[in-house]
Design a protein around this ligand. Structure first.
Ligand code: SAH
Length: 273
């Protein structure tokens, strides 16, 4: 998804009456929609494994945290290619239920556990974690804030691997610039993101742009099928219809401006205490 927070904000703007009920309804709606998808954001198993290839020193004792794990598409790939224990954390209980069911189906339940929680209040000890993973989710806390706040949970020499929307060029058409700044104001160039990583006390080990199929084949295409089912189920419901319309607009914007922005994976190593 382009930006989870964006859907939530957008729906909230549309529904200024009866905020409590609609608030609940909007979150259930978003949740139901994305529960029907294998991934809740652009990515692929190949990309997860490529990012993982830059990380060394993982053992059977390693502790890994996947923050904003969703239903765990990328977590299960990680688990099948790393030793150690993985905790997936997400705000939505429905995603975590699906996550734990997936882990069990793959026989990973002894090493992979999903918990409900918020990335701005993590239930970990200081310097407990060897690897923090977060695909398409750090924007929920903010890129710089996440880098700074999560750092204390990492051991010295531990890694952080996150994917985040970034500008590919110094300049870009006004339409795409304004679209992103409005919804996710932290979007920035790759070089500025790397500078933020260094400033937060990490060595940037690698960064790479996610290929287009992460957005098309793995995200927008499967979303089309869920959108159709959704419109059928919620026929005449204004919020559901606007939500789908916004998603379709996202896909259109991506096709039009994909050379100017996309997800970038950043892999970095904690130095110092
Ligand atoms: N990593 C998954 C999901 C990305 S979508 C994937 O790549 O497929 C972003 C996820 O962040 C959603 O699952 C959403 O529920 C979660 N999220 C949003 N705010 C959060 C918060 N404050 N704490 C934890 N998770 C959060």
């Amino acid at each position: 998804m382009v930006c989870f927070c964006m859907y939530a904000k957008y729906i909230k703007i549309m529904s200024n009456e009866n905020i409590t009920t609609i608030h609940e309804f909007e979150f259930n709606l978003i949740c139901e929609f994305f529960s029907g998808m294998n991934r809740q954001g652009p990515g692929s198993p190949e990309v997860t494994l490529k990012a993982l290839s830059f990380i060394d020193n993982l053992t059977g004792q390693s502790r890994i945290a996947d923050l904003g794990c969703g239903t765990g598409g990328q977590t299960m790939v990680l688990a099948q290619h790393t030793p150690g224990h993985i905790t997936g954390l997400d705000l939505f209980p429905d995603f975590i239920n699906i996550f734990n069911r997936n882990a069990e189906q793959l026989g990973l339940q002894d090493r992979v556990k999903g918990i409900v929680g918020s990335m701005d209040n993590l239930p970990f000890e200081k310097e407990e974690i060897d690897l923090i993973w977060s695909e398409g989710a750090i924007y929920n806390i903010g890129f710089e804030r996440g880098l700074n706040e999560w750092r204390k949970y990492l051991k010295t020499g531990g890694y952080i691997a996150v994917s985040e929307t970034s500008w590919f060029t110094e300049e870009r058409p006004a339409e795409i610039h304004e679209y992103w700044i409005k919804h996710c104001p932290e979007v920035d160039t790759i070089s500025n993101k790397l500078a933020q990583i260094q400033k937060a006390g990490y060595i940037p080990v690698a960064s790479f742009i996610l290929p287009e199929n992460c957005w098309t084949e793995n995200y927008f295409d499967p979303a089309v099928r869920v959108q159709e089912m959704f419109l059928d189920k919620y026929k005449g419901n204004e919020i559901a219809e606007k939500f789908v319309a916004l998603q379709r607009y996202d896909a259109e914007i991506y096709r039009k401006y994909k050379e100017f922005y996309g997800y970038v994976f950043y892999i970095a190593k904690k130095i110092g205490q």
